[in-house]
Ligand binder design. Structure first.
Ligand code: 13P
Ligand code: SF4
Length: 316
C-alpha cells in the first residue's frame, strides 16, 4: 500500500524511492533538472536519450522530470501508461513560439511548397501531429540528411538549430522564427569575455545558441554529446554554454575537471525557469497522487506518434 500521510520530516528521497517501487514507476530526468532530482532519477539524459528510454520502459508509471513537451512525448509513446510531470506549468519558450494553429495556417497558405516538415522535439503534440518527422539536437543532422531530396523542407520551431543544421548539411530549409529564451541570452561578448579569462579552455555550446556564439565554440552539440566531449577532451577546464543544470552531471561524472558555465551579458550562468519549476517536493507529490497527469486525445496522440517513431527508426 502507498503511504498517503505525507511526512516531510521523513527523508524525502527515501519516501520517493519507496513510492517509486510501490507505483512500479520509472523516473526520467533531463540534464537541466536541479541536482537533487537528477540524483534520484533512473535515467538522466538529453531529449533523444529520454525518448528512447520512454519508448522501451516496462514501468507502469513514468515520472517525467523535465518540461511539458518531453513528458508529452513519453505519453505519446506510452498511451497505456500514466505519465506524470511534477509541475504542469513547466513549458518551453520554443514550444510556445510555434502554436499548432499558426503552423497549420502557414502550411495551408503555402500548399504549393508541399513542405516536408521537420519538427524539433521542443514542440507541442499538435505541432508533432502536423510534421513528417521529429528530430532532437542529438540527431538533427542525421534526420535532415535522410529527408527526401525532392521536397522543400520546413524546419520548426528553432531558427538557430535549423541554421546550424543548414551549415552542417548544406541542405536549404525554410526556418520557423522561434528560439529558446535561455540560449539566445549568450552573446559573442559574454562568451568572448569568459574565454579571455580561461584562454586554454575549449568552448562547447548547444546548437540553440546564436550564430555568433556557435562561431566561438570548439564543439556544438546536444547536452548528451557534451558529456562525451568533456570526457574525451584532454582539457582540464571547459566552458559549457548551455543551461546551468548541465554542470551537475558533468561534475559528477567527470571529477577532476573544472566546468565553467557560459555567462550571459546579465548573469554568471543561464537557467531555464521552466526546467527549474520541478522540485523534489513536487516530484514526491506527483508520485504520491499520480498527478498532474499528461492526457492526450487518442486521434491527436496517434498522429503525433508517427513522426516520433520515424525519428527513432532513423536514429538507431
Ligand atoms: P537536449 O536534447 O540537447 O538536451 O536539449 C533540450 C533542450 O531543451 C535544450 O534547451
Ligand atoms: Fe525550452 Fe530553452 Fe528551457 Fe530548453 S532551455 S526547455 S529550449 S526554454
Amino acid at each position: 500500500m502507498v503511504s498517503v500521510g505525507v511526512n516531510f520530516g521523513l527523508d524525502l528521497v527515501a519516501e520517493i524511492k519507496a513510492l517509486k517501487n510501490e507505483r512500479r514507476a520509472v523516473i526520467l530526468a533531463h540534464n537541466y533538472q536541479v541536482p537533487e532530482i537528477q540524483d534520484i532519477a533512473d535515467f538522466v539524459g538529453d531529449s533523444l536519450g529520454l525518448s528512447f528510454q520512454a519508448a522501451k520502459t516496462d514501468a507502469e508509471v513514468i515520472l517525467f522530470c523535465g518540461v511539458h513537451f518531453m513528458a508529452e512525448t513519453a505519453k505519446i509513446l506510452n498511451p497505456a501508461k500514466r505519465v506524470v510531470l511534477p509541475d504542469l506549468d513547466a513549458g518551453c519558450s520554443l514550444a510556445e513560439s510555434c502554436p499548432p494553429e499558426k503552423l497549420a495556417q502557414f502550411l495551408e497558405a503555402r500548399a504549393e511548397k508541399d513542405y516536408y516538415v521537420i519538427a524539433y522535439i521542443n514542440c507541442s503534440a499538435g505541432v508533432k501531429a502536423l510534421s513528417d518527422v521529429i528530430c532532437t539536437s542529438g540527431n538533427a543532422e542525421k534526420i535532415v540528411r535522410a529527408a527526401p531530396v525532392d521536397r522543400n523542407i520546413l524546419f520548426v520551431p528553432d531558427q538557430n538549430l535549423g541554421a546550424w543544421v543548414i551549415e552542417r548539411t548544406g541542405r536549404p530549409m525554410d526556418l520557423w522564427q522561434g528560439n529558446c529564451y535561455v540560449h539566445i541570452e549568450f552573446t559573442a561578448r559574454s562568451i568572448g569575455a569568459i574565454h579571455a579569462e580561461y584562454p586554454g579552455a575549449p568552448v562547447v555550446a548547444h546548437p540553440e545558441c546564436p550564430y555568433a556564439v556557435r562561431l566561438l565554440a570548439d564543439e556544438v552539440c546536444s547536452t548528451e554529446k557534451m558529456v562525451t566531449f568533456c570526457k574525451e577532451s584532454p582539457a582540464k577546464e571547459i566552458i559549457v554554454v548551455t543551461e546551468a543544470g548541465m554542470l551537475h552531471r558533468l561534475k559528477k561524472e567527470i571529477p577532476g575537471k573544472l566546468f565553467i558555465p557560459g555567462p550571459t551579458d546579465r548573469c554568471a550562468c543561464a537557467e531555464c525557469r521552466f526546467m527549474k519549476m520541478n522540485t523534489l517536493e513536487k516530484a514526491h507529490a506527483a508520485l504520491l497522487h499520480l498527478e498532474p497527469e499528461i492526457i492526450l486525445p487518442e486521434p491527436l496522440r496517434r498522429r503525433a506518434e508517427a513522426p516520433i517513431l520515424r525519428m527513432l527508426e532513423l536514429s538507431r
